[in-house]
Each structure stands twice: as structure tokens, then as C-alpha cells.
Design a protein around this ligand. Sequence first.
Ligand SMILES: Cc1ncc(C[n+]2csc(CCOP(=O)(O)OP(=O)(O)O)c2C)c(N)n1
Ligand SMILES: [Mg+2]
Length: 519
Amino acid sequence: MSSTQMAREVIARLVSTGLRHIVIAPGSRSAPLAYAAADAEAAGLVRVHVRVDERTAGFYALGLLKAHALNGEHRAVAVVTTSGTAVANLHPAVLEASHTGLPLVVLSADRPHEWRGTGASQTTHQPHLYGVATRWSADLPARMNPAAVQGQVTRAVAAALGTITRDPGPVQLNIGFAEPLVPADRWEDIGRLIPTEVIAPEPGASAATLPPGARTLVIAGDGAGGSAAELALLAQWPLLAEPSSGARVEGAIVHYQRLVADGLADDARRLIVFGHPTLSRTMSALLARGDREVIVVSPTARWNDVTGHATAIVPAVTPPPARVADIAWLERWREADAAVARTYVPSPIEQVALAVWEAPGVLLLGSSNTVRAFDAVVPGRDRGVRVLANRGLAGIDGLISTAHGLAIGLGAPVRVVLGDLSFAHDVGGLGRGTLEAEPDLDVVVVNDHGGGIFGGLEHGRAPRPLFERFFAAGQVLDPVTLARGFGADGVTVEAAGLADVLASYQGGRRVVEVPLPPV
Ligand SMILES: Cc1ncc(C[n+]2csc(CCOP(=O)(O)OP(=O)(O)O)c2C)c(N)n1
Ligand SMILES: [Mg+2]
């Protein structure tokens, strides 16, 4: 996207959050913001103030913020600087805003990031310049796409206002601008300001009530919790729930990924997202389309909206009255799901997932293909206990240790299911000090001799020797012997016999290796 478009997206989104004043200190790198602000002022949307000295501009903006506060207006004020020492000149005002809790939005224009450290003129390291004085800061590279820019501005203003955190203060949006810095045209569609609402959670305040709207999908990512399922079941909307969402309950659509890939979600008018969905490119693509209402439910200030297409961020939702339910929409999904199920043949790793899912107890799902196998096949079922995963960053590290700590913390048995490389990564997690408590830790290792997931990605098409060495990276590894070395039990079983082995678990540490066809 051009610098002109980027600047227009920034100004448009600022205006849509209720911002009414922009203070500008003149400069060339910041020119795209100045031109866009001038057009917005000409359209009567904001008032622009020009101050030559950035230090003065910062305090001038503080004055405007104090005026807002006196008028009872909950609005941010933006201050624009060019690159270089100009940004540092705002520091005193940023510190003052930080200690008085005023929502000052610093828009620091920057040179394209690739110029940093090269000796390029007026180019330094601007991001996070104000250190702990800002409540939030982001570094936007030149040529970002519009929705992503909008998403970042929404976060900036929400953080500045303390909408969710209740901790208002200054924020910094550092924005790279590449040439040309002058617009080729006037900003004609300036009225096209798509508002993103950010609703703060008030103690005891009611959740956002959804306007009735047919054809809604409830998407529950990792950690979504029971409220996602509650909403979907009450409102009778299809529930697309990842296995570690806490919402993969009876009534959930099992083969949702396949159905979305087949286009069944094309008719959806509204998506309601809970938790942190990360498992499939299909769902990411659906959320990235930006052609329908997307409501993100998040009780914290770190909401998940990768592409910036969210139309509202709310702390909670209450379902519309049952009489507006669109049963036909739900039926369409249920029937399509049942039709897939009738002919579906689970792969070996999916057979493992089904056997484990049926066994009772707390479950920790490994990263990579393991969690995806569960997602693809396990039926909605109220397990009565948590199904967890480390989906924050989806690492293959530390999974046995996480399960070990979980088992000790809960004082209850925990089963962890993970791939062979993940097992090798954290095999030390099986260890126990001689004076430490013995955990009830059952470790199921899906052994396909390497990183199976890479075979299904574009790397699967790399020349075979290259793929095997750099991606599959199969190990010389005997999980059962390793288990015994740590004083744990160890057993190898084919997928078909797994259910019996799981049922025979007696407690303590155990490793169950399930050999699968090699990657
Ligand atoms: C700490 C960490 N290192 C590297 C990766 C990249 N990575 C993702 S999946 C994977 C392979 C995992 O292999 P395995 O545990 O056998 O699971 P499989 O893919 O066979 O299901 C790797 C190396 C990661 N996610 N986390
Ligand atoms: Mg593997």
C-alpha cells in the first residue's frame, strides 16, 4: 500500500474512534499524515493544529487532552512528528501524559525500516523510544495493507484510552513511509470510515447484546471457555470449536474445517470469535476475508484479530432471544457434518486422537499434527475436565514438563499426547528428583519418525533428501528405553490396541509409544 493510503487509513481510523484534534509538527517524512489530516479537516472531521517545535506540540496536545477531560469527553489526541530527533522532542510530554494518565497518541513518522543502521539521513531507532512511559507501542513497516493498519490504530487508541485496561496513557505508533510522500489525488472517499467499536468491560455491566442476525458462526479457539459453547447452543448457531477451546461439547460441528473449505461459510453474515484460533489456514483465511461482521469476544486488552478485520471487540456477549433463531442455518451445518462423517476414514494419527479423546482425565495436547488430528475428528463431548494445550506460541518444547507440573498442581492424573520430536525436545521433563513427588503422568508419543507436519506443508514438495534432513529431521530415538532410564514405565502399542492400553493405566509416570508410518 502507498504511503498516502497508509496515512489515510491511520487518520480515518483515528477519526472513527472519536478523535477530534491532531497536532502536527512540520516535516517531510510525516507529510503523508499532514496531507491526510488536511483533507480530514477540510471535510470537517477533525481540527488540525500546527506547532513547529515538537516539544511544544506535545505539551499543546496535553492541553487539548485536559480540555477534553474537563468537558467530560473520552477522546484521544494525536501528535504527528517527522523522523529523527523530532521524535525524542516529544519525550517530556509523553512522560507527563504517562504520569497523569492522558490518552496521547504519538504518530512518529519513520524512514523505511531497511534504512536503519545504514547511515541513512535522519534515520535512527525510533520504536519504543519512550520505554516504559507508553502503555503500548507498535512499529508499522512501510507498505502495510489497509486492514492491518486499521487494526493497529484500533489497538493504539484502545490502549491510550484504557478502554479495557482502565489504565489510560500515551501510546506510540511508529510508521514507516516510503516515497512518494505526496498524494497523487485528493482524498475523495473520506466519508468511508468503518468504525470498530471497542467496548470496555465494566464491573457488573451487562455484556454486549447481539442484534439478531441470521447466519452467524461461533468460532472457539484455544482457551475460549464454556461461554462460547453456551452462546452457540442458546442461539442455535453452528459451533466451530478447536479441541483445546473448552467448547468442543456435544452439538459442535466436527468436520468444520472441511465444510469451511467447501464454501459452507461463504453465506455466513457474522463471525463471533472467542479465544485464540490458530489451527488451520482455512479458518485464518475465513477471518482474513474482511467481507462480513466479525465480533471478537475478549475480556482482556490482548484481543485476537490477526488481520485487523474485527468490526467490534467486546468483553462478553449475550445471545439474542431464542425466537429469532435460524434453525435452517444450523440444520444445514449439522447435515453437512453428518454427511462427511458417514464416509470419513480417520488416518492413523486421527485414530490415536479418537482413542485418547474417549479415555477420561485431564488432557494436554501437543503441538504440530497432534492437536490438528484431534481437531479434525474428535466428536463434541462434555469431558467434564479440561483439555489444554500450549497454543500461546504453539512451541514443540516443554510439553512433558507442562504436563508434569499440571499433574502435580492438580494432584490428578494428566495425559499428554505429543509427536516424537516434541518428546525428544523435552524428554528431561520425564525426570523426577528422588525426593520429589511421583506424578500421575501418562505420555503418549505419536512416533512417525520426524516432523510429520512439514510433509503437509509446501516443504513436503522439496527434494526428498532435503526434506528428510532439514524438515522431517527424524531422530535415533527409543521412547520406551528412555522412559525406563527415567524410572518410568514404557510400552509400545499399535494404534488399534491403544484404547486398551489407556484403560490399563495404573498411575505414576508412563510412556506409551504408538508407532505410525514414517513421515
Ligand atoms: C520450540 C520449537 N521449535 C521448533 C518448532 C517448529 N516445529 C513445528 S512442528 C515441528 C515438528 C514437530 O515434530 P513432532 O513433534 O514429531 O510432531 P509431528 O509434526 O510429527 O506431528 C517443528 C520442529 C516449534 N514449533 N517449536
Ligand atoms: Mg513426528
